[in-house]
Ligand binder design. Structure first.
Ligand code: ACO
Length: 334
């Protein structure tokens, strides 16, 4: 057990990600419902997404692949971890948590393991939580995973919601570092539950908000008020980054990468324009994967890492927002 009285920082020792094999293109969707490649690209920036299509592809298997990749990248084993935090809204079961099954799969026992639910903000919530736990001195190495298989939670007979989402997992291994300036130097994890009906996953009739005028609500399928969520996301995205830069006294030029939840290219473009963020500092992969909910920020982080764009000594800003409604940010010194 590390000495809790000594200050420490946190380092990203490795990253990993996983996506299913099956590519679902806009043309495929146009063959299933009344939509078109042109509409989807223009309104969302999405060209294709990946979806679980075989028995051996699930949230659990994507989580295992992603964390194994992150451990390999870090040159570590499952048994080196003392905690695993898995963020998802589509875990197979609530008991046991997926994190417990992942821990067994990678031989991490007796590491602690639990799931969190913060929708698209899940990975940033988990990263912030892990950073705080390591800084507390009670943990040395934590595996964080963000993953969702939204293909299981959307109704492919309903065109507005289903075209947006895909399946993916992203993972990072965080370890204690002697330099207290490394890791999250500023973070937020916030929520406003009063707006939950904007985005929810009903399991039974009584979950539907009283007074809902929506027809054809299917249990187990995501409901979304696209315009409400759009307005929320555009304003939060901008405000959360502004607040993070102000609190850390950083300018856009001081940040090497903005790693943002991939919800809709128009939401990302709006924040870029309002904050003057340059194209080459805002990573975008929504064209290839769609909105992968809790998987999105971790997937971006891993692609940036593999591209050599996470450089020691530089500062990145992570930001996400989603169902709950929730939002989160982290200013991270690499
Ligand atoms: N294909 C073709 N037409 C469609 C489709 C589709 N897939 N979906 C809706 N339309 C139609 C509508 O029926 C409507 O037709 P009408 O004018 O005849 O009534 C028209 O397109 C315009 O519909 P709007 O809902 O006004 O379209 P909008 O430009 O608002 O785009 C969208 C909809 C893409 C859902 C947008 O509101 C959005 O991106 N919202 C944010 C959603 C989001 O990011 N959710 C993710 C979860 S949370 C998160 O990640 C933050």
């Amino acid at each position: 057990m590390p000495d809790p009285s000594l200050p420490c920082g946190v380092r990203i020792a490795g990253t990993g990600s996983a996506v299913p094999k099956k590519v679902l293109t806009n043309e495929d969707l146009a063959g299933m419902m009344d939509t078109s490649d042109e509409w989807i690209r223009q309104r969302t920036g999405i060209g294709e997404r990946r979806i679980c299509s075989t028995d051996d592809e699930s949230v659990f298997t994507l989580q295992c692949r992603a964390i194994r990749g992150a451990l390999d990248d870090a040159g570590m084993k499952g048994s080196d971890l003392d905690l695993i935090i898995a963020a998802s809204v589509t875990s197979e079961m609530t008991c046991p948590s997926n994190a417990c099954r992942v821990a067994t799969e990678i031989d991490a026992a007796p590491a602690g393991a639990f799931d969190i639910v913060a929708a698209c903000s899940g990975f940033v919530y988990a990263l912030n939580l892990a950073d705080s736990l390591i800084r507390s001195g009670r943990h040395r190495a934590i595996g964080v995973i963000g993953c969702d298989a939204m293909s299981k939670a959307v109704d492919y007979e309903e065109r507005t919601v289903s075209v947006l989402f895909g399946d993916a997992a992203g993972s990072a291994i965080l370890v204690r570092d002697d330099d207290p300036l490394k890791g999250s130097i500023f973070q937020t994890m916030e929520a406003d539950g009063s707006s939950w009906p904007s985005l929810y996953l009903p399991r039974k009739e009584s979950d539907v908000p009283p007074g809902s005028t929506e027809t054809s609500i299917r249990m187990g399928k995501l409901r979304m008020d696209g315009r409400d969520v759009y307005r929320f996301a555009v304003s939060k995205f901008k405000n959360v980054i502004k607040e993070a830069l102000k609190a850390t006294d950083l300018k856009v030029d001081d940040v090497s990468e903005f790693v943002c939840h991939q919800s809709n290219i128009r939401i990302i473009e709006s924040a870029k324009e309002k904050l003057g963020l340059p194209d080459d500092k805002v990573y975008v992969n929504i064209d290839r994967y769609g909105n992968t909910s809790a998987g999105s920020v971790g997937l971006c982080l891993d692609e940036l890492n593999k591209a050599g764009r996470l450089v020691e000594g530089e500062t990145i800003v992570l930001v996400a927002f989603g169902g709950g409604l929730t939002w989160a940010s982290s200013v991270w010194n690499l």
